[in-house]
Design a binder for this molecule. Structure first.
Ligand code: HEC
Ligand code: HEC
Ligand code: HEC
Ligand code: HEC
Ligand code: HEC
Ligand code: HEC
Length: 409
């Protein structure tokens, strides 16, 4: 892309000494135990500070654990060992585990104590910030009010920032070029000739005029901006993505021919944020008995049995994946909104192998929120809202479905 060449050119221009300076941010990036980044990478799929996701809201977790970071660290290293062991807060952790329907928190044996400390510091700082933000409001709905307020510090993809900066640089470069050009073309060779200028001279005058150069530069800028935005928009979008899976599992066979309900395998879909991919024991409910298939004989099903016997989860390749900074809940859409899986995922029951049907872009979410009407009779809260709005039909937009903080952490 042209942008690439520009950046490359820029780098070539730099003095060798300057070039070496790049290393500084790199080193500090590696050096600093960035609690926020660690949290985003390891915990954000299940936790937020102010609201329940798969796991509890982590706001004020220090108080719940008597400020004992040593115990918290043990828990985070291996929550199951902690729950089943005999530690200071094992009873509390066990109760919490049961409260969360025995959802198992991932073990983080690979994280060092220092890294966990950095994460805990980040959680503490965010908790305090959230408390400060919601304190003056003093709302009885503390948690929720905090969630809305504390959503700040939105984490927009770094790629976008780089592109925006690059765009700024291009704009400046073009401006300088335009200025230099027009200075060159300023009428030093003042009108000496009295003779009527020829057509060619007129033409030359027009194309070298400041206005013309300006317009060309502007068009170039608009075009570049457009190309860059398009590129930026498509970063991270993977419509049609269809990776090869470790087992030749077919939705067409299971959900289509045998009409197994989606929820039978995707158990989380009405309960929480994530639909979840079934664990081996769900497959074993049937494949304990069905050990030979009509297509692959024992070959593919043997992989399930192996996973079961060795206690090694099947490594399914994830297909749908929103960026970390987007909040999306299946329960909200499937259970509350009553939307069919196929609206978003296409005819899965006809797919031999699943592929990503929708582009999962922000525009896709927003368009549907603009168009879809909310079932107001289903929820007394909406019924009240309905009264206030005095409208016959209420779209998701009207209940706040276009607010940035609803979808962005
Ligand atoms: C796969 C989902 C998942 C991931 C990833 C995850 N957690 Fe959890 N976490 C849970 C669940 C569920 C609970 C509730 C207890 C239970 O079920 O074991 C929990 C509980 C906790 C608790 C206790 C909360 C309380 O209110 O006392 C802390 C602290 C915690 N997690 C920290 C972390 C940290 C730090 C990370 C990242 C390094 C992390 N978790 C990653 C699911 C997860
Ligand atoms: C017998 C269990 C089972 C049933 C029933 C089932 N699925 Fe799945 N589903 C899976 C497994 C296993 C995967 C992961 C492997 C794959 O992608 O094919 C998966 C993957 C998916 C994915 C892609 C997940 C990703 O990685 O992003 C979607 C979407 C999906 N299923 C939707 C559905 C829908 C909709 C139905 C009902 C029409 C359904 N599934 C029925 C087991 C099942
Ligand atoms: C509710 C019962 C049920 C569940 C649960 C189930 N299956 Fe199946 N599966 C079947 C049936 C029935 C067949 C068709 C067998 C045939 O081809 O004759 C089948 C066929 C298959 C085949 C094709 C075998 C072949 O050679 O054609 C594979 C692979 C498979 N299942 C994998 C899985 C995986 C992986 C899971 C868990 C995610 C799973 N199944 C869960 C009932 C089930
Ligand atoms: C409103 C649109 C929408 C509907 C309706 C919907 N999904 Fe999804 N689904 C998504 C999005 C968006 C993702 C990606 C989520 C992410 O990356 O966090 C996803 C991801 C998934 C995944 C991958 C695992 C996960 O949870 O991230 C599975 C499996 C899945 N959906 C199954 C289903 C099933 C089964 C239904 C119906 C019962 C359903 N979905 C209904 C939009 C939808
Ligand atoms: C097919 C239509 C559809 C698509 C696509 C869709 N949504 Fe929704 N969404 C809804 C409906 C309907 C509701 C309202 C459910 C209710 O509360 O009754 C909703 C509600 C929400 C809410 C709660 C809004 C509020 O004010 O409480 C959030 C957050 C949300 N959606 C996020 C997303 C995100 C993120 C995406 C894209 C990845 C998305 N949605 C895509 C239909 C859709
Ligand atoms: C209904 C859900 C929803 C709402 C409301 C929403 N967004 Fe998004 N946003 C998304 C999704 C999903 C993505 C990621 C998909 C993508 O990369 O396009 C995203 C991506 C972004 C990005 C990354 C740029 C990009 O295109 O990749 C920015 C910046 C952003 N949103 C800003 C905002 C702002 C500002 C608002 C409020 C005016 C807002 N969003 C409201 C769902 C939403």
């Amino acid at each position: 892309m042209e942008l690439h060449y520009l950046c490359f050119g820029f780098q070539m221009e730099m003095k060798p000494a300057m070039r070496r300076l790049w290393i500084i941010p790199l080193i500090s990036l590696v050096w600093a135990q960035d609690g926020k980044a660690l949290f985003q990478a390891n915990c954000a799929s299940c936790h937020a500070i102010n609201r329940r996701v798969v796991g509890p809201a982590l706001k004020g977790v220090h108080e719940r654990w008597g400020g004992d970071e040593a115990e918290l660290t043990k828990f985070i290293h291996n929550s199951q060992a902690y729950i089943n062991g005999n530690f200071k807060y094992s009873a509390y952790a066990k109760k919490l585990y049961e409260e969360y329907n025995k959802a198992v928190m991932t073990a983080f044996t690979a994280l060092s104590d220092a890294e966990i400390k950095a994460i805990l510091d980040y959680i503490k700082a965010e908790s305090e910030a959230a408390a400060a933000a919601s304190a003056p409001a003093g709302g009885a709905t503390g948690g929720d009010a905090g969630a809305a307020a504390g959503g700040g510090g939105s984490d927009i993809s770094p790629i976008l920032w780089v592109l925006v900066l690059a765009l700024g640089a291009i704009a400046v470069a073009l401006l300088v070029a335009t200025m230099a050009l027009s200075r060159l073309l300023r009428p030093e060779s003042a009108p000496q000739a009295v003779a009527e200028p020829s057509a060619w001279e007129k033409f030359q005058k027009v194309i070298t005029s400041r206005r013309f150069v300006g317009i060309v530069a502007l068009i170039a800028l608009v075009w570049l901006t457009n190309a860059t935005i398009k590129k930026a928009r498509s970063v991270g979008l993977h419509q049609g993505y269809q990776p090869v899976q470790p087992i030749a599992f077919s939705h067409k066979t299971h959900a289509g021919e045998y009409k197994i309900a989606c929820q039978y395998c995707h158990v989380g879909v009405e309960k929480g944020k994530s639909a979840t991919i079934p664990s081996t024991n769900i497959c074993m409910n049937c494949h304990n008995y069905i050990q030979e298939g009509s297509r692959y004989g024992t070959k593919e099903i043997a992989k399930i049995l192996e996973s079961w016997e060795k206690g090694k989860p099947i490594e399914w390749v994830r297909i749908h994946n929103l960026p970390d900074y987007v909040y999306f809940s299946h329960a909200q859409h499937v259970k509350v909104g009553g939307i069919a899986c196929q609206t978003c995922h296409g005819p899965v029951e006809e797919m031999e192998e699943v592929y990503q049907y929708s582009d999962l872009s922000m525009g896709w979410c927003i368009n549907c929120h603009r168009q879809t009407k909310v079932d107001l009779t289903a929820n007394p809260y909406y019924a009240r809202l309905h009264e206030q709005l005095k409208e016959k039909e209420v779209t998701v937009e009207k209940i706040g479905g276009l607010e940035c903080s609803k979808c962005h952490y």
